[in-house]
Design a protein around this ligand. Structure first.
Ligand SMILES: [Zn+2]
Length: 133
């Protein structure tokens, strides 16, 4: 499963960061996820919990922030599919999506670059550390 290997990477990253800060427990994980990354947040969370079982991240809450896709061209064009164009079923409803899929600038028709929407970043984690008495 695609999500499983991603969850593994996130887990390693989280544990490494948590240990570097002397964490006893990871309480909260905030992820930034591009809408073009084709990752199911629920599956990812499920896989993460399975991997994290018995670790300090076992009870961590998972929060996912979605990043909308955006396109940029050398002619100066930049475009972002904004969240208001996201339909009730979670699908994006925008003409721009077709241009993004074709990597084509809607203005000049040249090759454009995707500048957002494919990322998967551990934005922040919240940890519990030992309190000195
Ligand atoms: Zn252009």
């Amino acid at each position: 499963m695609h999500e499983y290997s991603i969850a593994c990477e996130i887990f390693e990253q989280v544990i490494e960061t948590a240990k570097a800060h002397g964490a006893l427990e990871v309480r909260h994980i905030i992820l930034e996820m591009g809408r073009l990354a084709h990752i199911n947040p629920e599956q990812l969370s499920f896989c993460f919990k399975a991997i994290a079982e018995g670790s300090i991240a076992e009870n961590a809450e998972f929060a996912v922030e979605m990043i909308p896709p955006s396109l940029e061209c050398e002619c100066g064009y930049t475009g972002t599919v904004n969240e208001t164009q996201i339909g009730e079923n979670g699908g994006l409803q925008s003409e721009l999506l077709e241009y993004i899929a074709a990597l084509e600038c809607p203005i000049c028709g040249k090759n454009a670059r995707i500048t957002g929407g494919r990322e998967l970043i551990v934005k922040s984690i919240e940890i519990e550390t030992e309190v000195e008495t």
